[in-house]
Design a protein around this ligand. Sequence first.
Ligand code: FAD
Length: 392
Amino acid sequence: MKDALSVLCLVLLVSVLEAAETKPNPANFIECLRYRTSPEYPITDAIFIADNTTTFLSSYLSYTKNKRFLSPNYEKLLAIVAAKHVSHIEATVICAKSNGVQLRTRSGGHDLEGLSYRSSVPFVILDMHNLRSITVDVSSKKAWVQSGATLGELYVKISEASQTLAFPAGVCPTVGAGGHISGGGYGNLLRKYGLTVDHVGDAQLVDVNGKLLNRATMGEDLFWAIRGGGGGSFGVILSWKINLVEVPKIMTVFRVNKTLEQGGTDVLYKWQLVSTKFPDDLFMRAWPQAVNGTKRGERTIAVVFYAQFLGTADKLMSIMKQSLPELGLKRKDCHQMSWFNTTLFWADFPAAKIYGTKYFLGNLQRLMQVKAKYDPENFFKNEQSIPPVHVM
Ligand SMILES: Cc1cc2nc3c(=O)[nH]c(=O)nc-3n(C[C@H](O)[C@H](O)[C@H](O)COP(=O)(O)OP(=O)(O)OC[C@H]3O[C@@H](n4cnc5c(N)ncnc54)[C@H](O)[C@@H]3O)c2cc1C
């Protein structure tokens, strides 16, 4: 009797585990989506069933930024809903919940661990890339940015509207507004203007009940949590209302290398002591890395010092001479440009400069100037193209 009971318990346990592992039927989920949306905003074109078709694969891969995770998890992934209207988000939340399916929201797809497009339990991806509109209001110095927009797109829109407004967010232009702002966000305007979330005034969020809320209707607790508490925990952000900040028309950037042999260790040590005392207009990073030495086959360490200054090169030179003369900064190391061009400089510079200097030798500087004049928004580009840096 005792043995029979044990076997029965085991059988029950196995069936419960199996039930938990069973993939829910995608058809039920899709039917629910159709039922929950209006034909005025048809959802059919937004749904990609997880199969081996090219359409599904291209929908999965477009925003899978960590190339380690190029293969979709067919076992667990039911579908991708690439929402085109807020009603699609609302329906996806409700239908995922009622079908016992986990929801992963993806905006720019830059989550390094792939949390926005991978899961160990049955799941659907709610992809926000179609919802990427940006409206900038110069007079109130505010903008609305939808989650699917990238930081690069936001920077372009701001610079089209004003030469003296900016937004303090991350360096990588393909990062999505959805995940970036949810996580806090920081970039080269950090010392002057703090974190990205310090400049969020309102948000539209679809909550766990599939209801669209704004700051007033979600309340201050939830509004606090979504500004830095990390994406994917509190709801789906449809859009952020952000406060833009003032920047001068001319800003200055530099990038200077110091190897161990050139006294890099001493400069790095002094940088640690002085960099927190710089004026807030100056942000300077140090990045030690292994590089080739002067002799063949020899390796050394070079510390790369990057800086961005809200002002002219002359003013920056005088600050550096006083605070960190050991760096030996020269006027020719300093490049004056608009805030928008600084974003291109940091986005394109590291890779393009290494390649460009080797390939174009002394012509790189001039090529960058020509590029800045004739294609300042960098329409024609690839991984090795010339960055449009204004060197004035
Ligand atoms: C190359 C690279 C450079 C980076 N540079 C910087 C930098 O300069 N400064 C900086 O601060 N950070 C930087 N980051 C980190 C980046 O800000 C975070 O990884 C951010 O979460 C990415 O947002 P995403 O929308 O692109 O990513 P996703 O992968 O789409 O999402 C990231 C997380 O947010 C959630 N999420 C996405 N969209 C929404 C939404 N609409 N509503 C609710 N939750 C959502 C996802 O579920 C996931 O958990 C960088 C990352 C990479 C890979």
